[in-house]
Design a protein around this ligand. Structure first.
Ligand SMILES: Cc1ncc(COP(=O)(O)O)c(C=O)c1O
Length: 365
């Protein structure tokens, strides 16, 4: 007989990560809730795929050498400073496995990516959540050094606001903080800054990236980490040896090397983001300047009202019309806002049309 006392202590009280909703798609659905890329991945990925399917009988290259070489070249680092993961979540998980335990706490600012808390709970380590002081989502560097943590996660561009941070902030954090700093750059390809240059300054910095967003490969599950050789060799000790399958290594390699397609789709997304941002500003909706593929905006209704109920009502209205966005009611800093992923131009036009309808009071549901 199975009884709950057989379950490990960490798992018994553990609350798993809740991913964004994946609704059944139909021709009318506009899915803007999980920051996926609206464009298909590089058309080159299907060339040669058959050969890799035939080779599925063989285990993949456990070190992902070719993919690591390409990533190393892209960022001008050594291939031994790169680790590939089953999504960047895998790398964030490895960081927690390797650099935290009961006497080595992890820390992060709240609200940010909710997975960090889940990873800490799984690991059974103390978790220090440092609240953002206000809706500027500014980071004071001494908060990290005073956190008495061994591992600290910062999301940059920040989620869910999309705001970016200067490298001078990270430099000063690295000077004062003794632990391992992880900068989660899941959205950095859509921003004008990133922290890659800082890798030269510190052996205790890890940068995580993903192919889920800017390369349109959320379904493939490939992400990577960049850090000093010492850090990467520690992470490799905990990595499942075949964490990235053959097909994923091949497709990721092709997509990564198709720079023209990458730039083309990225530019389209950034242009659409800026157009939507201007629209929100024109309407007087407080919206964060975003370095990501989403906007975080505070909807205002026709009577000039905004706040939790208004955001919830717009979220419901859009969902009723098959437009899925993300609403975070659990935190005071996020409850008056909606997070809207950037879709195709046509989808953004349809969204704007619906938002105008919503602002006409009698049409609200
Ligand atoms: C801030 C942040 N980091 C990491 C991830 C995970 O990305 P991946 O698909 O590579 O696991 C996400 C996914 O939404 C994210 O928002």
């Amino acid at each position: 007989m199975f009884t709950n006392d057989l379950v490990s202590q960490n798992i018994s009280g553990h609350e798993p990560y809740i991913p964004g909703r994946q609704p059944k798609l139909n021709a009318e659905t506009i899915k803007l809730n999980t920051n996926e890329n609206p464009y298909p991945p590089s058309p080159l990925i299907s060339d040669g795929l058959h050969e890799h399917i035939d080779n599925l009988r063989l285990y993949p290259d456990s070190s992902c050498e070719e993919l690591r070489n390409s990533i190393a070249q892209l960022h001008s680092v050594d291939p031994d400073e790169v680790i590939i993961g089953n999504g960047s979540d895998d790398i964030l998980n490895l960081c927690t496995r390797c650099f935290s335990d009961v006497s080595k706490p992890i820390g992060f600012f709240e609200p940010s990516y909710s997975l960090y808390n889940v990873l800490g709970s799984l690991q059974g380590c103390p978790v220090k959540k440092i609240p953002f002081q206000d809706n500027t989502f500014e980071i004071k560097n001494d908060l990290v050094s005073k956190s008495k943590t061994n591992l600290f996660f910062i999301t940059s561009p920040h989620a869910p606001t999309g705001r970016t941070y200067e490298n001078s902030l990270f430099s000063s954090i690295l000077k004062n903080y003794r632990g391992i700093l992880v900068i989660d750059e899941a959205y950095a390809d859509f921003a004008s800054t990133n922290a890659i240059n800082l890798l030269k300054e510190s052996e205790r910095l890890i940068i995580t990236r993903t192919l889920s967003k800017s390369y349109s490969l959320a379904g493939l599950r490939v992400g990577y980490g960049l850090g000093s050789k010492k850090i990467i060799s520690v992470l490799n000790r905990a990595r499942e040896v075949y964490n990235v399958d053959r097909i994923a290594q091949y497709i990721a390699w092709v997509a990564l090397n198709d720079r023209d397609y990458f730039s083309e789709t990225k530019t389209k997304i950034i242009n659409s983001r800026e157009k939507l941002y201007s629209k929100f500003k024109e309407w007087g909706w407080d919206t964060y300047k975003s370095g990501a593929n989403f906007l975080f905006t505070r909807p205002v209704d026709n009577n000039g009202n905004s706040g939790k109920d208004i955001a919830q009502s717009l979220f419901n209205f859009l969902q009723h019309h098959q437009i899925f966005t993300r609403y975070f009611p659990a935190h005071i800093l996020t409850e008056p806002y909606l997070r809207i992923s950037i879709g195709k131009e046509r989808e953004m036009d349809m969204l704007v049309t619906k938002l105008i309808q919503w602002q006409t009071k009698d049409l609200q549901v």
